[in-house]
Design a protein around this ligand. Structure first.
Ligand SMILES: Cc1cc2nc3c(=O)[nH]c(=O)nc-3n(C[C@H](O)[C@H](O)[C@H](O)COP(=O)(O)O)c2cc1C
Length: 200
């Protein structure tokens, strides 16, 4: 059977990933925050897709640690406030094109609260119910595509708010935890549960 589709040429292929507020350490020990949606997990490894003109990439290449802070839908306006700013002192040309500005204190700028992390020298975002502290294992800059890097990080510890945990206190309760979804440049939240996999 063929169900006919049309050939299209979309500029982006962001088909609904969770938003991560990636925190990284600046040269002076302060913390930068970068919203990203290109991330996926393979066991305890996480793969991040980053633009190489951003401060997050610069910090990860130099200092090697980060926190993946998972915001809920309630934080979408805070995330969007960070969409057009960079921790770089000089705004890169590509970011200037969409009115990006340089902000050194992104916590203050976006109304987010800082908190110390357990195992890395990078602050976390207090309002996010889930923090994955991680260290860089490998960075690859594909030679077929300019301006992006594939960064592999290893989770060192996972810090979860008690409200999103099942009674055992070791598993995240998926009926409570709610990621913020970035779907073709629009923000969404999850709908109702449909079922569970055999391994749940
Ligand atoms: C919801 C959202 C998702 C984004 N996803 C990514 C991403 O996956 N990778 C990336 O490099 N930039 C992504 N961006 C753009 C960066 O957040 C943006 O370039 C920002 O200026 C980076 O800040 P920095 O230069 O301080 O690291 C995203 C932005 C938003 C708002």
């Amino acid at each position: 059977m063929v169900i006919k589709k049309q050939t299209i040429h979309p500029k982006i292929l962001y088909y609904g990933n969770p938003v991560v507020l990636l925190t990284t350490a600046n040269e002076d020990g302060t913390t930068n925050i970068s919203p990203i949606s290109s991330s996926w997990a393979l066991g305890h490894m996480l793969v991040l897709g980053l633009g190489t003109d951003g401060k997050a990439y610069e910090n990860l290449e130099r200092q090697g640690e980060c926190v993946l802070n998972l915001p809920g839908p309630d934080l979408w306006t805070h995330v969007e406030r960070l969409a057009s700013c960079t921790g770089k002192e000089k705004v890169p040309l590509g970011k200037e094109a969409y009115g990006c500005i340089s902000i050194q204190d992104k916590f203050g700028y976006a109304g987010l609260i800082r908190q110390p992390s357990a195992m890395v020298d990078v602050e976390a975002v207090a309002q996010c119910p889930l923090h994955i502290e991680a260290q860089v294992m490998h960075i690859r800059k594909p030679d077929y595509l300019e301006g992006v890097a594939i960064v592999e990080v290893e989770a060192l510890t996972v810090q979860a708010h008690k409200d999103i945990l099942e009674e055992s206190n070791h598993h995240i309760d998926p009926s409570v935890f709610s990621p913020l979804i970035y779907n073709f440049r629009h923000y969404f939240q999850l709908g109702n549960e449909l079922g569970k996999t055999v391994r749940a």
